[in-house]
Design a protein around this ligand. Structure first.
Ligand code: ADP
Length: 481
């Protein structure tokens, strides 16, 4: 039950969030609301105008009549036929009631015949006796009432009041008729607006549906490019998407290349071991010395395989996010001494002089294990790719922002065209030489990743046959991004 409710809630949210639906509603609002407002406003102003016209007309007629009343002295003799017929005409034409009131506030003529001889003292009548001409619209009961003073020709004094009230029913009827016509037109136009809005919303939202479709095709491998040129915005999305897709393809290719390199590198020691084992198995009466020799070769290949796997594991760890860094404040001078102490036996074996020069005490926020790995690889390379009786100089310096490690050797150097590749995984200038001296082609990739994780930089300068310099720069304080 709940699940069903959640689903329909989700469907409703999706419906409301749809660009097409929003466009549709917008067009609907723009198309329908103004017509409705126009209709209401026009009908209202029609009514006002019609009532005021009616008022002006009736007042004009009432004034003419009031002149006739005075001229014919009707107040003294309410039986004058011509005036009575004029009064009757006025009340008939406008579907109203006419009353003539004399100076005793007595009704001497009422076209309805209801209040003749009665006294009337309404506020309007009183004000008209003071000379005011009053016209009042009672919208609730639907009539206009006006009182016109009847002034004596000579003394100009008000000697009576003409009271006319006319019904506005015909105006209201007209208004209702107009309203009905307007409503029919409005409904018809609303239907047209709905159709146009639905059509336009569908059309305008089409490029986005097309985009989703094309992305699906790209995912399925039928297409390689997103091309939707309908809007500037869709074009911009396409450009960004295609760039991202191209980058992903490059990443994918490099991943494939990496996997094939890894398989190849891991296979090489295995092939050697297989050859060694097969040749032992293939011979009869193998002398013990040969056994020992081959078994020691197999042992070396196993060590190599282990080293490649270990290096790969380090590299994979480095490839992960910087969140994996285990940052602490480390005395870099001591760390460098320790690294060189560990490597000194290898250097001594090859008669290479290994010197550390610390210009100042340096303490920095680093991941001790990962930085050790990076520096060890650089110094180890400087020893490995050196000449007999050569030297390796390592120096440590710092300013207020960074510390600098320089690893300089008197080795074989790196050819210029190889310099841009040496940090790539499995890249080696001389494959067989590197393998001979136990290289995996991963050392510099590991070093570079570790340095980048510390938000540092590494640069290499080399002259073939003379030597190589690696310059490392790392911030003293780790900046987490
Ligand atoms: P490897 O395990 O082969 O040493 P690295 O990634 O550490 O792999 O180095 C890549 C290649 O760069 C090496 O094979 C070597 O050819 C070259 N290289 C690295 N360091 C030096 C150096 N100090 N002097 C000369 N060549 C070097």
């Amino acid at each position: 039950m709940r699940k069903g409710a959640d689903m329909s809630k989700k469907k409703f949210r999706e419906f409301v969030k749809s660009f097409r639906i929003r466009l549709f509603l917008l067009f609907l609002a723009v198309g329908i609301l103004p017509t409705a407002a126009l209709r209401a406003g026009m009908l209202q102003s029609y009514k006002k105008k019609a009532v005021s016209n009616r008022g002006v007309d009736v007042l004009g007629q009432a004034k003419v009549l009031s002149n006739q009343i005075i001229l014919n002295n009707y107040l003294k003799d309410p039986s004058i036929e011509t005036i009575n017929s004029q009064i009757g005409q006025l009340s008939n034409i406008y579907d109203g009631r006419v009353m003539v009131i004399d100076d005793n506030f007595q009704i001497i003529k009422d076209t309805y015949g209801l209040d003749t001889s009665k006294t009337i003292v309404s506020e309007e009548v009183m004000r008209s006796f003071r000379g005011e001409e009053i016209s009042k619209y009672d919208s609730e009961n639907g009539y206009i009432e006006m009182t016109v003073p009847l002034a004596d020709l000579e003394s100009k004094e008000t000697i009576g009041v003409l009271l006319v009230s006319v019904s506005t029913d015909s105006i209201v009827l007209n208004q209702v008729y107009l309203e009905n016509s307007a409503r029919i037109i409005e409904i018809a136009s609303a239907m047209i607006v709905i159709l146009i809005a639905a059509f336009l919303a569908r059309r305008l939202a089409k490029p986005f549906r097309k985009m989703a479709g094309e992305i699906f095709e790209i995912q399925s491998g039928y297409k390689t490019q997103l091309d939707i040129h309908d809007y500037t915005e869709t074009e911009a999305v396409c450009v960004q998407f295609n760039q991202l897709f191209a980058r992903m393809k490059v990443i994918d290719e490099s991943r494939e290349e990496f996997v094939s390199n890894v398989s190849h590198e891991l296979k090489t020691p295995l092939t050697s071991m297989k050859v060694l084992a097969d040749s032992l198995n293939g011979q009869e009466d193998v002398p013990v010395e040969l056994y020992r020799e081959f078994m020691s070769d197999i042992g070396n290949e196993i060590d190599r395989e282990t080293k490649i796997i270990n290096d790969l594991l380090s590299l994979v760890k480095m490839d992960r996010s910087a969140a994996d860094l285990n940052i602490s404040s480390v005395n870099i001078n001591e760390l460098m001494e320790l690294i060189l102490k560990r490597l000194r036996p290898i250097a001594n074996r090859q008669h290479i002089e290994l010197v550390l020069e610390s210009f100042r005490p340096v303490s920095a926020e680093v991941d001790e294990v990962k930085l050790t790995l990076a520096i060890t690889n650089l110094v180890e390379n400087a020893i490995k790719y050196n000449k007999p009786d050569g030297w390796v100089h390592v120096s440590l310096n710092a300013d207020h922002q960074y510390f600098y490690i320089k690893v300089e050797d008197s080795g074989i150097g790196i050819p210029e065209d190889a310099l841009e590749h040496i940090f790539e995984r499995f890249y080696r200038v001389d494959k067989s030489h590197s393998r001979e001296i136990g290289g995996t082609g991963l050392g510099l990739a590991i070093a570079r990743n570790s340095i980048l994780m510390h938000r540092g930089a590494v640069k290499v300068f080399s002259t073939e046959g003379e030597g190589t310099i690696f310059n490392v720069r790392i911030p003293l304080i780790y900046i987490a991004s």
